[in-house]
Design a protein around this ligand. Structure first.
Ligand code: WTA
Length: 638
């Protein structure tokens, strides 16, 4: 069975087969990959424990699928095009042959540094080709990578390293982002003061910022490569992995406590990332594909690295930010590299829209054929701007809905094949069986209905566990509804049966497409010595999608409450990272609580949204006058 669907009829057939005979269906898709040994069982599962196994008995290495198998026919095809932060610096192109060579070299560096199969490796790098190389080098030798987004603080890095007991960190001296230089190594140094498990740090040269290098612990990437070169044999055979061996851990925020390490395994993830990449974007062999995500997030893992490379695609990665040196940068990149497929986020679209059309009107976007959106619901205005200004009304937009836990896209149109409606993720991909659930745990059948979005049946790319805490995985995703994976999203199914994601129904915020847990931010704010208590809610933000609104009870030490405000922001930046900084901090003397002491977030959300006339039932509040005081105080921010 060929991997790529070519028409709507083929989609319907594939979908039908994937539901009626899921094992035959996925076995047919898996035939399109390279296996050292085939599976004996396609699927073994239950959602109770949960226990999910795909392609059991199979042996493979994902890097052979992403690199080696393309070498014979497409060795010179660009695998990675890298566009630097500064447009005056030369861009880089790595062919499949060159990328394989560099991955093998660096895999040997890892081996020289005592990395073994199953070891956890933390990667904290800027968006440079070495990030792809490091990631694939881990996979080459069966080490488990845990990539951390460059915007996270030392404390967040330490928490993640300690949770996974990483033994080695790969970082760089610094990172260029727009006009700023960020001192990555120094942040890692701070983190490592709390980490016992790390005995080696490999440091790539990027910014030439002055950094400390600790004897016995820190080594330079370039020196280590030289050592491998003088050792002679540059090749590094791919480790034979079991289908269900862990490929990577990626931390993501939930509604409670600390971020959890989502675990993805080898075979199912590979098949799903490759299948969905090929189909959603309808990738053709000559196309240049540009995903603007950071590899520190799941979108970068699946749709810059593993999905595109497994399909032999040319994947463009960008080091910088869309507004540097000006708001036309993305369009300059499209014109310069003749990008055919652009996959980006609504927050980026809205921010560029706000700069005005003069940054896009004179750009040559004639190469664009297909567009994609991911990370949050796309509002109609942004959809139309993307469609009209970037796609010139000719490029289909795939609004792709999925999550870190899913490994790949679950609901989306296939570009050029499926119908599209602004704001709709449209229909499930083959293999995905969505269900809308009501408050009582019953499935809502029929159309023109809304409910909590669940998935009824396993798909190959789904998470297997949360690292070191399987019970947390069960509780979070499989305990709310019996025999269902619960997404945490609300969803509407239209009269025609199309899906529209309406946003999170739990205490998870989506700020500029970044997932942020309210509890996490509250914990950080509460660490400030003057803070007594706090409550966080999201509110509509014109560019970020959601902004963070903090209600804080504090004892001010400064006459100037703005000073306390700044101190709180600094505390959050230290503990999590600048991405979690509240947009608004309103100081309050009390929070609306029920008699049992639970904060009524519903009310706080309404106030943050400015909808104070529709607060709903407040009779269960311990002290209803609290609400009036908060409403009064909120006027300052309107
Ligand atoms: C939201 C990102 C509406 C959703 C791949 C989900 C979306 C969360 C869309 C996962 C979309 C992602 N339309 N909402 N097209 N894509 N979301 O784990 O709330 O960073 O649960 O994965 O983003 O975010 P995550």
């Amino acid at each position: 069975m060929s991997l790529q669907i070519k028409s709507f009829e083929e989609y319907q057939d594939a979908y039908k087969k994937s539901v009626e005979q899921p094992e035959e269906f996925w076995a047919g898709i898996a035939e399109n990959f390279f296996w050292k040994r085939k599976w004996h069982t396609v699927l073994n599962w239950n959602f109770k424990e949960p226990n999910i196994k795909w392609f059991e008995g199979a042996k493979l290495n994902i890097t052979e699928n992403c690199l080696d198998r393309h070498i014979y026919q497409n060795g010179d095809k660009p695998a990675i095009i890298w566009e630097p932060n500064d447009p005056s610096e030369a861009h880089r192109v790595l062919s499949y042959k060159q990328l394989l060579h560099k991955v093998e070299q660096f895999a040997n560096v890892l081996k020289n540094n005592n990395v073994k199969k199953g070891d956890r490796i933390c990667i904290y790098l800027p968006m440079v080709p070495e990030l792809v190389i490091a990631t694939l080098a881990c996979a080459r030798i069966g080490a488990i990578h845990s990539v951390i987004f460059g915007g996270f603080s030392a404390q967040s890095i330490a928490d993640r390293i300690n949770d996974a007991k990483c033994k080695l960190v790969i970082t760089s001296d610094g990172s260029f982002r727009g006009s700023k230089t960020i001192e990555l190594k120094s942040i890692v140094d701070d983190a490592l003061m709390q980490c016992q498990s790390v005995d080696r740090v490999i440091v790539l040269t990027r910014t030439r910022t002055a950094i400390s290098m600790l004897k016995g612990r820190d080594v330079w990437w370039e020196d280590e490569i030289k050592k491998v070169e003088t050792q002679g044999n540059p090749a590094c055979p791919a480790e034979e992995m079991d289908a269900e061996d862990t490929l990577f851990i990626l931390y993501t925020s939930g509604s409670t406590g600390k971020p959890k390490g989502v675990v993805h395994t080898t075979a199912g993830y590979m098949v799903y990332a490759g299948y969905t990449f090929s189909n959603v974007f309808q990738y053709q062999p000559d196309e240049v594909y540009f995903c603007t995500a950071d590899i520190g997030w799941i979108t970068g893992h699946s749709y810059i690295v593993y999905g595109p490379l497994s399909q032999g695609a040319t994947s463009l990665m960008f080091e910088g930010v869309p507004t540097y040196p000006d708001a036309g940068r993305m369009w300059d990149i499209v014109a310069k590299h003749k990008v055919n497929i652009l996959y980006t986020a609504p927050t980026a679209i809205r921010s560029l829209m706000a700069f005005g059309d003069e940054y896009v009107d004179n750009k040559d976007l004639s190469s664009i054929r297909k567009l994609g959106s991911v990370g949050e619901p796309i509002n109609e205005e942004a959809w139309h701007w993307f469609n009209d200004k970037i796609g010139k009304g000719k490029a289909p937009i795939a609004d792709t809905w999925w999550q870190t836990e899913n490994g790949g896209i679950l609901i989306a149109p296939m570009a050029g094949i499926s119908p599209t409606i602004p704001g709709y993720a449209m229909s499930p991909l083959p293999g995905v069986q969505p269900a809308l659930m009501d408050e009582n745990g019953k499935e809502i059948e029929g159309n023109d209905v809304s409910g909590n979005l669940c998935i009824k049946f396993p798909w190959p790319g789904m998470l297997r566990t949360t690292y070191g805490d399987h019970e947390r995985c069960r509780q979070t995703y499989f305990a709310t509804y019996e025999d269902m994976y619960f997404t945490g999203d609300g969803c509407y199914r239209s009269p025609e049966g199309y899906y529209r994601i309406t946003g999170r129904v739990d205490d998870v915020l989506n700020v500029s497409g970044h997932r942020i847990g309210t509890a996490e931010v509250e914990n950080a704010i509460n660490m400030h010595s003057d803070v007594v208590e706090s409550a966080i809610v999201g509110y509509p933000h014109p560019v970020k999608g959601q902004g963070i609104y903090a209600y804080v009870i504090a004892n001010h030490h400064h006459d100037d409450i703005n000073q306390t405000r700044q101190d709180i922001l600094q505390t959050v930046t230290r503990l999590i990272g600048a991405i979690a900084k509240p947009d608004i901090i309103q100081f309050v003397t009390d929070l609306p609580k029920t008699r049992s002491g639970k904060i009524m977030r519903r009310i706080l959300r309404k106030i943050a949204e400015g909808e104070t006339s529709s607060l709903g039932d407040t009779s269960t509040l311990l002290d209803p006058t609290v609400v009036e005081a908060i409403i009064e105080g909120s006027k300052e921010f309107k």
